[in-house]
Design a protein around this ligand. Structure first.
Ligand code: PMV
Length: 312
């Protein structure tokens, strides 16, 4: 039996602008995870794969599932990459505590989990960069034009400074800091948020490019502050990033209510995280205030909160 676990993630700074070549910072969230378990099936024909994903009510043989289904796609991509055609029948069980369509990287974590577990079980574990690359291919189904930040951060399980098509660089967290993550309870489609931004960018390129430049500068300032352990600088940068995200039309009344609540309860800064239009927001809070901020966010309608410490 082979079992792997892959964390969720949040984007700290730079979402959307990252699609247009600006940097983003993303960190893993270990409190939510996708697990993939693989075992041999003695009573089924060679080369058959049975997929069990109770969270999405999927119980089927691989060949019965639509080829465009992300689970079919990642399984097939992994087998193709390994050039393995003969293997015993297998059962893959996929479970996840990462909420779907909420900006916490659930799709990418499942893909990385399958690629990692399957290649390991078949005796040829894929290098991390290949796991990430295969998950990126699958993310194209969810996202259309993904930047690659999601698959990178869940694969490496480390804080990353990321620039599309250039690099995903691990960096030092000078001093740990605490975030409260709160879910609006409204799933949102990354593909439609990203395509909405694209239409607005097409209608007014110069304004959007200027906003993306500013988001990129905020992200770079945040990276320096994080490396130096200057946590007190991050809240203002988060607030500024949030205003710019509102400007490109990806915030929502639910997100803004939670962001406002967090600030009122003493969070040092707050913003949406990921594609926006729903999904999750994040608030920077001192370790002493975090539980109170989380409680207030639940009272203000958050369907779930997570307190997480960001560290190297
Ligand atoms: O909702 P998420 O976490 O999958 O966010 C996607 C982040 C975007 O920058 C909006 C898109 C991308 O591909 O980077």
């Amino acid at each position: 039996m082979t079992k792997v676990e892959v964390p969720g993630k949040i984007i700290l700074f730079g979402e959307h602008a990252v699609v247009y070549g600006r940097p983003a910072i993303a960190v893993p969230v270990q409190q939510v995870r996708c697990s993939v378990e693989i075992s041999d099936l003695d009573d089924a024909p060679h080369g058959h794969i049975y997929l069990e994903a109770p969270d999405i009510h999927l119980f089927a043989w691989l060949h019965e599932i639509n080829e465009a289904h992300p689970l079919h796609k990642i399984t097939q991509l992994t087998l193709d990459e390994l050039h393995i055609t003969s293997f015993p029948a297998l059962k893959l069980t996929i479970g996840s505590t990462i909420p779907i369509a909420a900006g916490l990287g659930s799709g990418a974590a499942v893909s990385v989990g399958v690629a990692r577990a399957l290649s390991t079980h078949l005796g040829a574990p894929l290098p991390l960069e290949r796991q990430s690359a295969l998950a990126f291919e699958v993310d194209k189904i969810h996202h259309g034009t993904p930047s690659g930040v999601d698959n990178s951060v869940v694969t490496y399980g480390q804080p990353l400074y990321f620039i599309r098509d250039r690099f995903a660089e691990r960096f030092t967290i000078g001093a740990p800091f605490t975030l409260v993550i709160a879910d609006t309870g409204h799933p949102s489609s990354t593909a439609s948020a990203v395509s909405g931004v694209r239409s607005r960018w097409e209608a007014d390129r110069s304004s959007f490019e200027a906003i993306f430049d500013t988001i990129g500068q905020i992200t770079d300032q945040a990276k320096t502050a994080i490396e130096r352990g200057e946590v007190d600088k991050l809240g203002t940068l988060m607030d500024h990033n949030q205003r710019l995200l509102e400007g490109i039309g990806v915030s929502s009344p639910d997100l803004e209510r939670l962001i406002h609540t967090a600030r009122q309860r003493g969070a040092n800064g707050a913003k949406l995280s990921g594609a926006g239009m729903g999904g999750n927001m994040i608030a920077l809070a001192s370790p002493e205030r975090a539980a109170d901020v989380a409680h207030s966010l639940e009272q203000a309608g958050a369907s779930r909160t997570i307190i997480t410490e960001v560290r190297s």
